[in-house]
Design a protein around this ligand. Structure first.
Ligand code: DSN
Length: 416
């Protein structure tokens, strides 16, 4: 930090404010986490100076001996972590990773099945205005209108009707675990390839608390590396050996130029951390914490989609309370609790001011918070929602949040 302070006080000042925000607030966005100091250091390391288009031992630039070593290390660790036959660690982030898979396996206009965005899917799972929805014929499957669970009979019906070339399973806002076996069975019945987007639950799978789609015969698995997996902002594609060449070509030169070698180094470190026994405990605690947070909120009268969670993520419908997702997000922000507004299945409101909020436990668990703190957080959230338009109460609650956080330092942030 000292170089920034001397050279660019404006940026230094912004970073100081962000450091305080991350340290003094409760971070509940389920796709965020706090990386270890080692991952942070590698992300800002001298590998940022390097260009290395190509793959280990087959590059288009010189000076690759150490880049090759670090990329091979990241690949080996990822293979071990997810029992993958082939891994490409070069995708810049989750969206390009998913697009690389489509580019590798599909032709323009091919039919694909994906969970609809406002039902818990992702932009890259076929939102009509996204590149995925524009270049390919994505057919959405929906969750059940009453239970809000993915209805495998419905998925089968849609698959039999549309005969997709690829079925995408995975989510960004679905609180339950996915029936990988069920998806694979349907794919086999209609002759489709299978892709699991495990961006949200990669850490839970690596930590052994959620099933691994490869164990059920999935062809391709994509993931970001920065959510429950607790690595740097990036992604990777894992696949069966038979798709390796196509996937690698689609990433480079198909979609990307030089990989971000500093991020590859950080990924190698994060995967090393995830292979440690302590990560299993972390993953189990993330889920325990989410369940307790949900149970406490339900006891306070909250309407959770599907009634709770199997994972790190919860989705609440605030329609009955008379507070919109946008109002809730803003009030919680004022009190130092960060989450995101989110549509709920069959939402009557739009995505910019939807009926719900999405939140989760990866980051608070990294700080060392456990079940007791989850109960406290649930009560604080409830107080905020009840007083969403009362700034004086929100300020009092912010001080309580700060007090709670002071006992749980964030890795890589000096105690303030
Ligand atoms: N932004 C990610 C998430 O929050 O789930 C998805 O792209």
């Amino acid at each position: 930090m000292s170089y920034i302070k001397d050279q660019d006080p404006a940026v230094y000042d912004i970073l100081q404010h962000e450091q305080r925000r991350q340290s003094e607030g409760i971070e509940l966005i389920p796709s965020e986490n706090y990386v270890s100091p080692a991952v942070l250091e590698a992300s800002g390391s001298i590998f940022t100076n390097k260009y290395s288009e190509g793959y280990p031992r087959k590059r288009y630039y010189g000076g690759q001996e150490f880049v090759d070593e670090v990329e091979e290390l990241a690949i080996e660790r990822a293979k071990k972590l997810f029992n993958a036959e082939h891994v490409n660690v070069q995708p810049y982030s989750g969206s390009p990773a998913n697009f690389a898979v489509y580019f590798a396996l599909l032709n323009y206009g091919d039919t694909v099945l994906g969970l609809k965005l406002d039902q818990g899917g992702h932009i890259t799972h076929g939102l009509p205005i996204s590149a995925s929805g524009t270049f390919y014929n994505f057919v959405p499957y929906l969750v059940d209108e009453n239970t809000h669970l993915i209805d495998m009979e419905e998925v089968r019906k849609v698959a039999l009707e549309h005969k997709p070339k690829l079925i995408v399973a995975g989510f960004t806002a679905y609180p339950r675990s996915i029936d990988w076996a069920g998806f694979k069975k349907i794919a086999d019945e209609v002759g489709a390839l299978t892709m699991a987007d495990i961006s949200h639950t990669a850490g839970l799978i690596a930590g052994g608390v959620h099933p691994n789609p490869f164990d059920f015969g999935f062809d391709i698995v994509t993931t970001t590396t920065h959510k429950t997996l607790r690595g740097p902002r990036s992604a990777m594609i894992m696949c069966k050996q038979e798709f390796a060449k196509k996937i690698d070509r689609a990433v480079f030169p198909g979609l990307q130029g030089g990989p971000h070698d500093h991020t590859t180094a950080a990924k190698a470190i994060a995967f090393g951390e995830a292979l440690e026994p302590a990560f299993k405990e972390y993953a189990a605690q993330v889920v325990k914490n989410a369940k307790v947070l949900g149970e406490e909120l339900v006891s306070l009268g909250w309407n959770l989609i599907t009634g709770g969670t199997d994972s790190h993520l919860l989705l609440a419908d605030l329609s009955d309370v008379g507070v919109t997702g946008m109002q809730a997000e803003a009030a919680l922000d004022k009190a130092g609790i960060t989450l995101n507004k989110n549509t709920v299945p069959y939402d009557k409101r739009g995505p910019f001011d939807p009926s719900g909020v999405r939140f989760g436990t990866p980051a608070v668990t990294t700080r060392g918070m456990k079940e007791n703190q989850m109960r406290t957080i649930a009560r604080l959230m409830d107080e905020v929602i009840k007083n969403w338009d009362n700034d004086a109460v929100l300020e009092e609650l912010r001080l309580k949040v700060k007090e709670l956080c002071s006992g749980f330092p964030v890795p890589g942030i000096p105690h303030l």
